[in-house]
Design a protein around this ligand. Sequence first.
Ligand SMILES: [Fe+2]
Length: 179
Amino acid sequence: MHEAVHQLWPELDWISNPDLREKTAKTWERALALSPLKADDLNQIPFTLLVPDCPTTFMEHKRCVVHIARKAAESMTEFMGNALPINKDTVIAGAILADVGKLLEYEKVDGKAKQSKRGEMLRHPFTGVALAMLCGVPDDVCHIIAAHAGEGDMVKRTTEAYIVHHADFMAFLPFKNLK
Ligand SMILES: [Fe+2]
């Protein structure tokens, strides 16, 4: 399982704190163990069920968000780091974990991904935090999981959470035009 997670997420190596890297990987292991989806399904299923026949896969979207978030954190640190200190490890771990709860939100029916009953009851920001807390992920990273989507509009986001939220949405909203 460890190997499967590192194959899915080469970006884990970008987390410089070994303890955070391990806990981030563990959260994905835990989600895969509890999910009806297999690691390879994530390279096949569309990243959103909100766009019919979405051509971009779950992993393409998720990895893109991590890359955008990391580059955004670097640019913001370069130009505004004095005013806005940014913890890059927190951004990267938060971006890698933002959608980990989706593994409990989808199920496969006749080879197609569908929202599960659990997904209707508990969207992935909630299940993602539950999984991450079980694996010892610190609160500043759990905050990013909790606040990355629409629910997060109700809370005061940290700088790191703003970065991941916007990275996620810039890699999602344009797809709505494809409908
Ligand atoms: Fe999400």
